[in-house]
Structures are given as structure tokens and as C-alpha cells.
Design a protein around this ligand. Structure first.
Ligand code: NAD
Length: 492
């Protein structure tokens, strides 16, 4: 039985890219499935002067091919209202309040409010303050604030931002989106670990040699050069997605799979990550920037991209070794790498198990006794695979590496929820498991700040990897120091 949600969702930045590409299609998916039905309304607000009719056309267009029928999507869009609004202008919040109350009565929304800030974080303080002073918060129903990354640009700015928001919303009313946490296979990390004796019993430094997390993109910065210049791979990927994935891999089994229990374990996991001293950073982390492709003249270097300085030192690639100082993980390197314009697009986690204590086959066939590797494919492929050794058919005691593979068909369309769809539904359900708590944000920034402060003091020698490769040589050298090598699991 689908439990229909009642809420008024106010989207600040309703004309923006995120709203059109992600939020409206996700809301429609929830509508198709019946989670949203009669008792919901959406107010889109932004600076532009749009009519409700025009706004609804934009919503219908953004839903695109997902539409069940023109009548169905039109019915969905009839729940959308537009309010032109400059976020710094107090009197607009009064109009917003009036419209909210009218819609609440019309759709019977029980005072439930979701405020989705799909805008630059520099506006978060102003918006939340006005939400309070202009009485947009109801005294019945819930009030959930959804905010997008980036959450600050270092620990200090994140703290300021958090304090502004916390003047109005309690921590458990704040839903900080990390869309990676909405992905099916990220949520599946817990299933792989905690629903399989086979893995959980080996999930420690006695059996695991190293863990590798790769988030690689084949695209460059495209038209986002301006934004990327202020961010770079460290802030865009490592501070949030990468450290979140690490915390899920590292954490202890929670007592229950509830948001509070999982969060507690994730925070403990992040607390056990070794924070480097400044003079250690270069031993643990390396950076890169893509140059032009050596084979494809259409692939420019980062410095030749639009809105990028010709002498930019922004990193488009980061690789690092993360050490976790606790009983379970002492001594196991967690290698991470993320970059743009790499050879292939894909996110995968590779768990390398230690070799058997004595290789009985080594004299015969040393090459073929490979370590067992569990791969968790996050995207675009979803699933996991296990590499094992089996006897080669025929005479003699030779082995062959074989692969057991489970791939989730991703062509399920509506059956495979999109990350934003899941996260919006979680928020409507009041479940914050897959959102980032302030303590996690704070710990992540403290870890990343040491790296960014150190890097600011040294000029990197960029570009140092060609477009279409798996990153700079220093990334391979980082692993070679420990006798390890990057592994990339080809599908099939
Ligand atoms: P965008 O520039 O496309 O949209 C910004 C919106 O804010 C527009 O609707 C604009 O009209 C509105 N706006 C700007 N100034 C305003 C003002 N003074 N008063 C009222 N409205 C104003 O940005 P976006 O790409 O949609 O991103 C929104 C947020 O989501 C940002 O924090 C971004 O970092 C984050 N985000 C976006 C994506 C994405 O895929 N686009 C992904 C992850 C995070």
C-alpha cells in the first residue's frame, strides 16, 4: 500500500537547472507511483516574472518522456504555482506566506512544509532568516529544510553557514543533500556488508589488503568552468561524496538500520580517519589537471576550457590514501581517486583481499593466482562482482581467475528510483539516513582543509595528465610506494 504524502514544497530557485533537470522529473515519478497524489502543492520561486501557466509548461517540458499521458502530466502540473521573488526582499515572503496558507487549505496539507533551497549557498542565511521572521513556519505539521552542496568552502565558512541555518531549523529538520547517498548501490553497500556473513566476517585488516574507490568521469568541465574554478575536484568530490562512501565502507554495523543508528556509526567512522599534518599531505594525496588529448584533437585541456584561467592551478583530479586508525582497519590503505576527462566514466569500489598464506600453485602458475577482489559497481553499471581463482580445466594444477557477477539491469526505467526521487521521498517521510549530518560535514571539512591549505602553498606543475587517461603518473606512484596498483574492473 502506497502511503500518500501531504506537503507543500516550496522550491527557491524554481527556474534553475537543478529544479528542471532533477526536481520536477523526480516529483513526477513520485506522483506516478502515488506517493504524491491529491494532497500536495509546489510553489516555485525565483527572480523571473513567470505566470503559473508558463511555470506549468516548464514543469511539463522537464518531465519529458516520463509522462504517462498528456492529461496525466497536466494534472500533475496543476499542483504547481509560481511566485516571483527576490530572496532579499522581505515583502515577497509575506506574499509567499499568503499563497502557502491558501494552498494548504485548498489541498489539505496539514501544515507540512518542505523548503527546498535550489540556489547558491550564499542565499541560505537570508532565506532561512526570512522564513522565520515572516512566519512561514507553521505551528503544526513538520518543517523540513533541504539544502544543496556546496556546504561552505572550508570548515570555518561551513560553520558560519550552519549557525545561520540553525537559528531557524533544528538539526533534525535539516536535510543536506549529497545525491550520491540516494544512489541504489551506495545504499546497497550496507546490504553487501551486513546481509552476507561471507563479507562481513572478512571485513577487516586481517583479510583486506587495500580498498580502492574510483569515481571517474569521461567528460571535462563542459560549461561549468566558472563554478569549477572556485571548487576543483577536492571540494567538488572528495569533501562530500568520497568521504561519505568511505564512511559507509568503514563503519561498524549499526544496532539497527535507522537514521540515528547509522549516523552515529558513520560519524564514528569519520572520526577514526587519520587527519594528516601539513607536512604529510604530499605523502598521502596527489592532484592533477587534464591537458589536451594526445590522440583526439577535439578534447581540449582544462586551461583551454571556457571560463577557465589560462594558467589555472585548479585540480581536476585527486588521488589519495586514507588511513583509518581503529581496531578494525589499522594498516589498511583506502585509496581514492576522482577525476574529469578520464578514460572511462564510472564509479566503482574494489575491495582487495589478502592473498592466501601460502600459494600452493605459485610454482606452477604464479601469474594466475590473483587476489580475490570484490567490486561494487555504483554507476553507470549497478551491481557487484567477485573475482576468485578456480582450477584450470585439464591436466596439472593451474588456476584461472574467474568472475562471479551480479549486474542490476539499469533499464528498469520507473522501477529503479532516481537518486533525487529517493531523497525527496525520504525527506517527505522524515527519514534522514541518506542525508549528511552537520557532524559529518564538520569532520569532512577538517580532513580536507589540511589538504587544501597545504596545496595553496605550492604551485603544481599542471597539466600533468592527458585527456582520456586514468590520471597522472603520481597517482600510480602513490600506490606503488605500498606495492599496490590501481585496479579497474571492466564489465563482462
Ligand atoms: P541555477 O543558476 O541554474 O539556478 C539558480 C536559481 O536561483 C534560479 O532559479 C535563479 O532565478 C534563482 N536566483 C538567483 N538569485 C536569486 C535571487 N536573488 N532571488 C531569487 N532567486 C534567485 O543553479 P542550479 O544549477 O539550479 O543550482 C542550484 C543549487 O544546487 C546550487 O547550490 C548548486 O551548487 C546546487 N547543485 C546543483 C546541481 C545541478 O545539477 N545543477 C547539482 C548539485 C548541486
Amino acid at each position: 500500500m502506497i502511503d500518500e504524502k501531504k506537503a507543500l514544497i516550496t522550491i527557491f530557485g524554481g527556474t534553475g537547472d537543478l529544479a528542471k533537470r532533477k526536481l520536477y522529473p523526480s516529483l513526477y515519478r513520485l506522483y506516478r507511483k502515488g506517493y504524491l497524489n491529491k494532497h500536495f502543492a509546489v510553489i516555485g520561486t525565483a527572480r523571473r516574472e513567470w505566470s503559473d501557466a508558463f511555470y506549468r509548461e516548464v514543469v511539463i517540458e522537464s518531465v519529458g518522456d516520463l509522462a504517462e499521458s498528456p492529461a496525466h502530466v497536466a494534472e500533475f502540473a496543476s499542483h504547481f504555482y509560481y511566485q516571483a521573488h527576490n530572496v532579499t526582499d522581505t515583502e515577497h515572503y509575506d506574499k509567499l506566506k499568503e499563497l502557502s496558507e491558501t494552498l494548504d487549505a485548498q489541498y489539505h496539507l496539514d501544515g507540512n512544509r518542505v523548503f527546498y533551497l535550489a540556489m547558491a549557498p550564499s542565499f541560505f542565511g537570508t532565506i532561512t532568516e526570512h522564513i522565520k521572521t515572516q512566519h512561514l513556519l507553521t505551528d503544526h505539521g513538520y518543517r523540513h529544510l533541504v539544502i544543496e552542496k556546496p556546504f561552505g568552502h572550508d570548515y570555518e565558512s561551513a560553520t558560519v553557514l550552519n549557525e545561520q541555518i540553525r537559528k531557524v531549523f533544528e538539526e533534525d529538520e535539516i536535510y543536506r543533500i549529497d545525491h550520491y547517498l540516494g544512489k541504489e548501490m551506495i545504499q546497497n553497500i550496507s546490504a553487501v556488508r551486513f546481509a552476507n556473513t561471507l563479507f562481513e566476517s572478512l571485513w577487516n585488516n586481517r583479510y583486506i589488503e587495500n580498498v580502492q574507490v574510483t569515481l571517474s568521469e569521461a567528460l571535462g568541465v563542459e560549461e561549468r568552468g566558472g563554478y569549477y574554478e572556485t571548487s576543483g575536484a577536492l571540494l567538488d568530490m572528495v569533501q562530500n561524496h568520497v568521504l561519505q562512501v568511505i564512511s559507509l565502507l568503514v563503519m561498524e554495523p549499526p544496532i539497527k538500520l535507522t537514521d540515528a543508528e547509522i549516523r552515529e556509526e558513520k560519524i564514528r567512522a569519520l572520526r577514526s580517519i587519520r587527519v594528516m599534518a601539513s607536512n604529510e599531505v604530499n605523502d598521502y594525496f596527489v592532484r592533477g589537471q587534464y591537458g589536451p588529448s594526445e590522440t583526439d584533437p577535439t578534447l581540449k585541456g582544462y586551461r583551454q576550457e571556457e571560463h577557465v584561467a589560462p594558467d589555472s592551478t585548479t585540480e581536476t583530479f585527486v588521488a589519495g590514501k586514507i588511513m583509518v586508525d581503529n581496531f578494525r582497519w589499522k594498516g589498511v590503505p583506502f585509496y581514492i581517486r576522482t577525476g574529469k576527462r578520464m578514460k572511462e566514466r564510472g564509479t566503482q569500489i574494489n575491495i582487495h583481499f589478502k592473498n592466501v598464506p601460502m600459494n600452493l600453485f605459485s610454482n606452477e602458475d604464479q601469474e594466475n593466482l590473483c587476489p580475490n577482489i570484490l567490486t561494487i559497481f555504483i554507476q553507470p553499471t549497478e551491481g557487484f562482482s567477485m573475482r576468485l581463482n578456480a582450477k584450470k580445466v585439464g591436466q596439472g594444477l593451474h588456476t584461472n581467475p574467474i568472475k562471479l557477477e551480479y549486474l542490476n539491469p539499469t533499464d528498469k526505467g520507473l522501477n529503479t528510483p532516481e537518486a533525487y526521487e529517493k531523497l525527496i521521498l525520504d525527506c517527505l517521510n522524515g527519514d534522514s539516513t541518506n542525508f549528511t549530518h552537520w557532524d559529518e560535514v564538520a569532520l569532512s571539512w577538517k580532513f580536507v582543509d589540511v589538504i587544501q591549505d597545504t596545496w595553496k602553498q605550492n604551485q603544481p606543475d599542471f597539466p600533468n595528465y592527458a585527456s582520456g587517461t586514468m590520471g597522472p603518473a603520481c597517482s600510480d606512484e602513490l600506490l606503488a610506494k605500498n606495492g599496490h596498483k590501481w585496479f579497474w574492473n571492466e564489465i563482462g
